[in-house]
Design a binder for this molecule. Structure first.
Ligand SMILES: *Cc1c(COP(=O)(O)O)cnc(C)c1O
Length: 388
C-alpha cells in the first residue's frame, strides 16, 4: 500500500462555526466567567446523563479531587482504584491525604476486576474509584455490592464515559458522584473542563461552595442584577469553577453529541470488521452488559505471534504517518508511585500484560472513513510483514 505524506493525528476536536459563534456571543455579552451559560450547561448535562445535579468545573481532576474531599476522605483512609488510568485518578487520592490502593484489571477489557477490588479491602478502605476505561462501563452491580457490604462510597471516573451505558442506563444515572472530562481529546471538549454529577443535593451544594474558595455566594449572585457585595467564607475552598466561555463550547458540543457518537460507533465497527481475521492485533473486547462511548480504539498486539514488540509496532505506524498513543502507562510504573508507595507493576500481572500489548489507534469523529481504512490497512500490512 502507498504510505501517506500527510500526518493523521491521534486525535482532533470536532467543531464548526457553531462553537465559534457560541464563544463570540459570550465574549460580546460581557460576562465571561461562571454565569447563566454555565447554569444552562449544567442543567442540560444532568438531563443527558440522567443525574439530578451537575456542577461544571475546570477539569475532571478537579471533580475527582472535590468528590473525595466532600466525602471527607483523608489521612489514614484508603481508596481502591485501577492502575490502568491517567495519573490524576490516583494523584487526587494522594492530594486529600489518603492512600491509593490498586486492584488488578481484566486483561480482556482493561477494566478494574471486582474480585481484585474485594481482595484489597481493609478496615481503612473508604471508597472505590473505578474508571470506565476506553468508554466501557465497569461491572457496576458487582462494585455496588462490594461497596454496600463494606460501607464504601463509589466515585466514578467517567472521563471516557460520556454517553456510556450500563444495563441500558447512562453512566451518571446511578446517583454516585461521577466525574467527567472535557479535555481536548475527550468525547466532547471545552479545551479544558469537567463536570461532577450526583443525586445528593447536600453533596453537590458542598462541592459548589468548595469549588469557589469556600464562599457562600458566587460571583453571579454578587455582581449580577440584584446581587449584593456581601459573602462569607465558610470553608477553605479551591478555585475549580468553570467559565461561561468553556460552557458555551460545552453546549455547542452537546448539540453534536449524538451525531459524534454515531460516527464513533461506526468507526469502532469498521475497525473490528477490518481487523477481524488478524489474530496478532485485536481490539479490546466489548462487554455484553453495556454500550461503549467508543472513546478509544485500543488494540492489543500479541507479541507471541509477531517478530516485533508493541513499541516497534508504534514506530512502524509512525512511518505510515499515523499518530497513536498508549492508554495508559500504569501508575505502578511511574517513579512517584514506585518510590513513595513501593508500587511494583509485577504485582498486577493482568495490567502488566495488558500494558505491554496496547496501542490506541486514531478514533474521533473529525477523521474520515477513509482514514479508518488507511489505519486498518497499515496495521494489517505491519502485522503480515512481521508475522512469526
Ligand atoms: C483525561 C482523564 C482524566 C483527567 O481529565 P482532566 O479533565 O484533564 O482533568 C482523568 N481520568 C481519566 C481516565 C482520563 O482519561
Amino acid at each position: 500500500m502507498d504510505k501517506r505524506n500527510e500526518f493523521l493525528p491521534y486525535c482532533r476536536p470536532y467543531s464548526d462555526q457553531k462553537e465559534i459563534d457560541a464563544v463570540v456571543d459570550v465574549l460580546k455579552s460581557g460576562w465571561w466567567t461562571r454565569g447563566a451559560v454555565t447554569a444552562e450547561f449544567e442543567k442540560r448535562f444532568a438531563e443527558y446523563v440522567g443525574a439530578k445535579y451537575a456542577l461544571a468545573l475546570s477539569s475532571c481532576t478537579a471533580a475527582t479531587h472535590l468528590a473525595l474531599y466532600c466525602y471527607d476522605i483523608g489521612p489514614g483512609d484508603e481508596v481502591i482504584t485501577t492502575p490502568m488510568t491517567f495519573c490524576s485518578t490516583a494523584n487526587v487520592i494522594v492530594e486529600v491525604g489518603a492512600t491509593p490502593v490498586f486492584a488488578d484489571i481484566d486483561y480482556r477489557t482493561g477494566l478494574i476486576d471486582p474480585d481484585s477490588v474485594e481482595s484489597k479491602i481493609t478496615p481503612r478502605t473508604k471508597a472505590i474509584l473505578p474508571v470506565h476505561y476506553a468508554g466501557q462501563s465497569c461491572d457496576m452491580d458487582r462494585l455496588e455490592q462490594i461497596a454496600k457490604k463494606h460501607g464504601l462510597v463509589i466515585i466514578e471516573d467517567a472521563a471516557h464515559a460520556l454517553s456510556t451505558e450500563y444495563k441500558g442506563q447512562k453512566i451518571g444515572s446511578s446517583g454516585n458522584a461521577t466525574c467527567y472530562s472535557f479535555y481536548a481529546t475527550k468525547n466532547i471538549s471545552t479545551a479544558e473542563g469537567g463536570m461532577l454529577t450526583s443525586n445528593d443535593a447536600d453533596f453537590i451544594d458542598r462541592a459548589r461552595v468548595m469549588s469557589l474558595h469556600g464562599m457562600s455566594r458566587n460571583a453571579w449572585n454578587r455582581y449580577g442584577k440584584g446581587g449584593t457585595w456581601k459573602y462569607d467564607v465558610i470553608a477553605c475552598g479551591f478555585k475549580y469553577n468553570s467559565t461561561d466561555i468553556a460552557s458555551a463550547l460545552g453546549l455547542a458540543q452537546m448539540d453534536k453529541l449524538d451525531e459524534m457518537q454515531q460516527i464513533r460507533e461506526r468507526y469502532d465497527t469498521m475497525y473490528r470488521e477490518l481487523l477481524a481475521d488478524l489474530p496478532a492485533v485485536q481490539p479490546i473486547e466489548l462487554c455484553d452488559y453495556g454500550k461503549s462511548s467508543y472513546h478509544l480504539c485500543v488494540v492489543r498486539v500479541d507479541e507471541s505471534k509477531l517478530t516485533i514488540d508493541r513499541d516497534r509496532f508504534i514506530e512502524l505506524l509512525g512511518e505510515y504517518n499515523i499518530g497513536t498513543s498508549v492508554h495508559f502507562i500504569p501508575l505502578p510504573v511511574h517513579p512517584y508511585y514506585v518510590e513513595k508507595f513501593g508500587e511494583n507493576i509485577d504485582n498486577y500481572p493482568q495490567c502488566k500484560r495488558f500494558y505491554n500489548s496496547i496501542i490506541s489507534l486514531p478514533m474521533y469523529p473529525s477523521m474520515s472513513p477513509e482514514d479508518v481504512e488507511y489505519v486498518a490497512a497499515a496495521v494489517r500490512e505491519i502485522a503480515t510483514k512481521y508475522a512469526k
